[in-house]
Design a protein around this ligand. Structure first.
Ligand SMILES: *[C@@H]1O[C@H](CO)[C@@H](O)[C@H](O)[C@H]1NC(C)=O
Ligand SMILES: *[C@@H]1O[C@H](CO)[C@@H](O)[C@H](O)[C@H]1NC(C)=O
Ligand SMILES: *[C@@H]1O[C@H](CO)[C@@H](O)[C@H](O)[C@H]1NC(C)=O
Ligand SMILES: *[C@@H]1O[C@H](CO)[C@@H](O)[C@H](O)[C@H]1NC(C)=O
Ligand SMILES: *[C@@H]1O[C@H](CO)[C@@H](O)[C@H](O)[C@H]1NC(C)=O
Ligand SMILES: *[C@@H]1O[C@H](CO)[C@@H](O)[C@H](O)[C@H]1NC(C)=O
Ligand SMILES: *[C@@H]1O[C@H](CO)[C@@H](O)[C@H](O)[C@H]1NC(C)=O
Ligand SMILES: *[C@@H]1O[C@H](CO)[C@@H](O)[C@H](O)[C@H]1NC(C)=O
Ligand SMILES: *[C@@H]1O[C@H](CO)[C@@H](O)[C@H](O)[C@H]1NC(C)=O
Ligand SMILES: *[C@@H]1O[C@H](CO)[C@@H](O)[C@H](O)[C@H]1NC(C)=O
Ligand SMILES: *[C@@H]1O[C@H](CO)[C@@H](O)[C@H](O)[C@H]1NC(C)=O
Ligand SMILES: CC(=O)N[C@H]1CO[C@H](CO)[C@@H](O)[C@@H]1O
Ligand SMILES: [Ca+2]
Ligand SMILES: [Ca+2]
Length: 587
């Protein structure tokens, strides 16, 4: 079959027949080397996020730990992922679930020891699985030795944090400006000891580091070098958009958001505390550090950044537009499936959300697809459990990197947690809004099997409660080869994605016709042609044939499908509500 091969093009075709609107978007890209754009391992990889405290509790003390992860490495290998990234395991008072770090170079005793981590890295590498650590550069714990020294104005540490004098208004001490913390209220906290305010963009126990002090920048770069030398394969950088603040400490303008009160983060437009140019420059410096290190390595260590922002700003974290400086290998795509899509989405919503990303990403950057993480309602709950297979199948034929949050492979839904049982520091402050604000629901223990506590541990009380849904949804029950379970489907999608390695060019195309969503991917090298048929609606429908006349074989199907793998797809048959089938066309 003849296909035009150019480096990138996007086509939009809208046709109206009767009262049905049909919209097709095609995005075509061509890679220049074997494994993707750069020929590097991460470009077509699956990254699996582990939330360590909820993954597997090896010593029955209620919290997941590193030995627990080691016990489950065979499962992770079975899933077929290339790399795991661990949410923070550093020493921490756990005021914010490990995002308040008191020693960047040590492991918290909840999780184990440095030796356990060394063993995890070794065991993972034996299985050809890379290990990525979280890196939390914005702030430390107030228990960190640097902050304790800074409190006392100790020489060398006085300027490690962002300190400002009070402003006296009519004889009353007030903060230096109007900045608001993400955790509500002023972002400034008075220190009696130092007789100054310090900045905290998150909780009071998380003072912001002062990156305008070169010693801090060097210190934090040394932390990266320390872990690279330890054998870590890369970093996921947390909340990087808050690293720098305006040097002049100007008041931020009001956002005008009617849902935000004067204490709420959304009350202000964060033009002076988020995504400052210096922040993006620092990310480029971190990349330079990594590239220097990588120059002597057999494979590159990678960095990925976490930024919730509009698409243009998000792209800046990948690098400068002219390509002169590089940033993150990829910056998480929260735009397509998290902020861009809500329950009850239409085919058009889905198509727009994917195309929005593909249209904005320059062809020299690698796309990535994130369905969920520890900060978001689980994708099964957020977009509907009846859609989980279709979404996993869809992601598997999209180009670039895939990021899976632990539990998504079995279709795990949000758990049940009361305010009294909760740990999310923001949410437990106000129980009347806990149900809306808490992130504890997506952090309940992994559901391994149908034994006590879902196999998370041997029955001791767990830090967050195990979801009562574990009897219906657990790995062991889904891991029966004869069952068309979420897990088996997920594994099939990973196998498919892995088979796309070494492909140099492709196109992807999306068509919406009423409730029918069709996604197509064609690989130039092998002439392999895949088409996903997905009924997004609640009623049975007749599928519309593709314009290509070819036998279509079902290779993956959602759990509610009557098709078996290997069946020939019947364009004259019907598709059940939420049924998804992935077809391979015999051209
Ligand atoms: C200071 O006090 C005066 C007199 O009570 C009042 O008019 C003024 O608004 C106050 N200023 C501020 C900034 O609160
Ligand atoms: C600490 O240093 C700052 C800035 O030099 C100064 O304003 C403050 O008074 C000092 N605090 C103490 C307790 O010495
Ligand atoms: C930040 O960088 C952008 C793009 O390089 C530039 O247009 C803008 O003027 C810079 N802003 C400041 C405050 O320097
Ligand atoms: C890389 O290895 C070479 C040769 O062993 C050495 O001279 C050089 O300093 C190394 N570079 C880095 C960045 O470690
Ligand atoms: C992104 O940039 C493009 C081109 O400069 C502009 O047309 C678009 O409105 C911007 N989008 C957002 C969300 O700012
Ligand atoms: C808790 O949230 C409710 C509902 O938004 C609000 O009315 C109440 O003032 C809040 N309480 C506190 C202590 O913030
Ligand atoms: C929170 O959700 C639980 C479970 O649905 C419910 O029992 C409880 O009443 C809710 N709490 C509030 C304050 O809405
Ligand atoms: C899943 O089943 C396979 C094959 O029966 C088995 O090797 C593997 O250990 C099982 N995995 C889990 C996590 O039960
Ligand atoms: C891709 O190429 C590499 C290196 O040549 C090879 O080891 C690997 O098996 C290939 N993978 C696939 C899926 O063809
Ligand atoms: C599709 O191909 C088959 C087999 O080559 C042929 O019999 C049939 O007429 C074709 N249908 C259309 C609509 O072109
Ligand atoms: C398919 O998965 C959904 C969501 O987990 C579940 O509710 C449903 O019972 C499953 N259907 C079948 C036929 O297994
Ligand atoms: C949006 C975001 O990344 N928030 C994280 C930033 O850091 C705070 C404090 O460490 C975490 O609680 C948030 O999840
Ligand atoms: Ca434990
Ligand atoms: Ca900061």
């Amino acid at each position: 079959m003849m296909l035009l091969k150019c480096s990138i093009f996007v086509v939009f075709i809208t046709t109206v027949f009767g009262n049905t609107v049909k919209v097709t978007n095609t995005v075509q890209k061509e890679a220049t080397s074997n494994l993707g754009l750069f020929g590097e391992w991460w470009e077509t990889s699956v990254f699996y996020q582990i939330y360590p405290r909820s993954f597997k509790d090896s010593n029955n003390d209620g919290s997941g730990d590193i030995q627990g992860i080691i016990q489950k490495l065979d499962h992770i290998q079975d899933v077929g992922v290339d790399a795991v990234w661990l949410s923070p395991i550093y020493k921490s008072p756990q005021v914010d679930n490990g995002y308040d770090i008191s020693d960047y170079r040590d492991v918290d005793e909840i999780f184990g020891t440095l030796d356990d981590l060394r063993q995890l890295v070794d065991e993972a590498h034996k299985r050809d699985i890379k290990v990525i650590l979280d890196y939390v550069p914005n702030h430390t714990s107030d228990q960190h030795a640097w902050f304790q020294a800074s409190l006392k104005n100790e020489s060398g540490y006085a300027d490690y944090y962002v300190w400002k004098d009070a402003v006296i208004v009519n004889g009353t001490r007030t903060p230096p400006n109007n900045w608001i913390s993400e955790f509500k209220g002023s972002a400034w906290e008075w220190s009696e000891e130092r007789q100054q305010y310090y900045l905290h963009q998150f909780s009071i126990a998380q003072p912001d580091l002062n990156y305008r002090n070169p010693a801090v920048v060097n210190e934090m770069k040394d932390v990266l070098r320390y872990w690279l030398n330890f054998g870590i394969d890369g970093f996921r950088m947390d909340a990087v958009f808050t690293i720098f603040e305006d040097a002049e400490f100007r008041d931020e303008p009001l956002s005008g958001d009617p849902n935000s009160g004067p204490e709420d983060y959304g009350y202000l437009d964060h033009i002076y505390t988020a995504n400052q140019n210096e922040t993006i420059d620092l990310i480029y410096q971190f990349r330079e550090l990594l590239d220097e290190y990588n120059a002597n390595q057999s494979y590159p260590r990678v960095m990925m950044t976490e930024v919730y922002s509009d698409i243009n700003t998000t792209m800046l974290y990948y690098g400068t537009e002219d390509g002169s400086r590089k940033g993150a290998h990829f910056t998480f795509n929260f735009i397509t499936f998290i902020t861009g899509l809500q329950k009850g989405y239409s085919t058009f919503d889905l198509q727009d959300s994917i195309i929005n990303w593909l249209r904005h990403i320059p062809s020299s950057y690698t796309s990535n697809w994130v369905l969920g993480n520890h900060d978001q309602t689980r994708v099964s709950t957020r977009l509907g459990p009846e859609n989980i297979d279709a979404l996993n199948i869809l992601v598997s034929i999209l180009p670039g990197v895939q990021v899976t949050y632990n539990g998504e492979e079995i279709g795990q839904e949000n758990g049940e947690v009361t305010c009294e049982q909760g740990y999310d520091p923001q949410a437990i402050k106000n129980c009347s809004t806990f149900n809306q604000t808490s992130r504890d629901f997506q952090r309940t223990p992994f559901q391994w099997d149908s034994s006590i506590n879902a196999g998370f541990n041997e029955g001791a009380e767990t830090w967050l409660p195990v979801s009562q849904k574990y009897l219906q949804t657990n790995l062991a029950d889904e891991n029966v080869t004869t069952v068309n379970s979420h897990y088996n489907i997920y594994k099939q999608t990973i196998d498919l994605r892995q088979s796309f390695r070494n492909q140099t060019g492709y196109f992807v195309s999306f068509t919406s016709i009423g409730n029918l969503f069709v996604a197509q991917r064609f690989l130039f090298d092998t002439d392999n042609y895949y088409a996903l048929y997905y009924n997004v609606g609640d009623e049975v429908m007749d599928p519309v044939p593709l314009s290509i006349n070819a036998t279509a074989t079902v290779i993956i199907r959602s759990n509610n499908s009557a098709y078996s793998i290997g069946d020939v797809f019947d364009y004259n048959g019907s598709l059940q509500a939420r049924e998804a089938v992935l077809l391979k066309l015999d051209l």
